[in-house]
Ligand binder design. Structure first.
Ligand code: C5J
Length: 221
């Protein structure tokens, strides 16, 4: 069986069962004026991974393997956004408020779009999710099952919030989960490092981690 050179040990790569999940590479997280910035974060850190995420995406495209993109966003009437999420803290703009890229984290607004460099191509699936995890209140699980997917490669933002939450959801559902370490980022570099350490500790208690080059080598090498 093919393997990807990964931590804490080689990932057993099954070409007919693997898919890529790119989490929340949206303008609201990556560009100034969106949700990430409204929480006081320096969004410039996240922009640095865009070329690497693009290489990973292109590798899966060339290999003809399934690709899922997620977007954290809510219905315009906010019926899927609990007050516990919307009212927490003191952001400069709350979910649903008008910002420079339209209403913050609302489906259909420019800010909720995936950044143009990583725009989904025809045949790729886009999952809108109201939570941090991509399985909660979405059809992701059913769509993966329909396609016979059992292994997931993860990229996107932020490592310790939506990426890690989704990896944990996937791990509990029986998927082999591999995080592309240079195709994910956090507003807090220490949190990214901690998330990778937590995922791979204890014999890969949540999953594996590997750089994009190692993943692409197994995919197309
Ligand atoms: C956050 C995400 N950080 N996509 N969302 O609120 O990680």
């Amino acid at each position: 069986m093919a393997e990807i050179d990964a931590a804490p040990f080689a990932f057993p790569f099954q070409r007919d069962q693997i898919a890529l999940v790119v989490i929340d590479m949206q303008r609201d997280f990556v560009e100034p004026g969106g949700f990430g910035a409204s929480l006081g974060n320096d969004v410039s850190l996240l922009g640095a991974i865009v070329p690497t995420v693009r290489r990973l995406l292109d590798g899966f495209r060339v290999a003809g393997l399934p690709i899922f993109h997620t977007r954290e966003c809510h219905l315009p009437d906010l019926s899927d956004c609990p007050d516990a999420k919307r009212m927490r803290g003191a952001p400069s703009l709350r979910i649903g408020d008008d910002g420079p890229m339209g209403r913050i984290l609302i489906a259909g607004e420019p800010g909720a779009d995936i950044i143009p460099e990583l725009a989904p191509q025809s045949g790729e699936i886009v999952i809108d999710k109201p939570g941090k995890g991509a399985f909660y209140a979405t059809d992701l699980g059913r769509m993966l099952e329909e396609r016979g997917v059992k292994q997931l490669v993860f990229a996107g933002v932020t490592t310790e919030v939506c990426v890690q939450t989704t990896m944990r959801e996937a791990n509990d559902r029986g998927y082999d989960c591999l995080l592309a370490t240079d195709a994910t980022e956090s507003y807090f570099p220490a949190f990214k490092a901690a998330a990778i350490a937590m995922i791979t500790a204890q014999g890969g208690i949540v999953g594996w981690a590997a750089p994009t080059d190692a993943i692409l080598e197994a995919l197309n090498g």
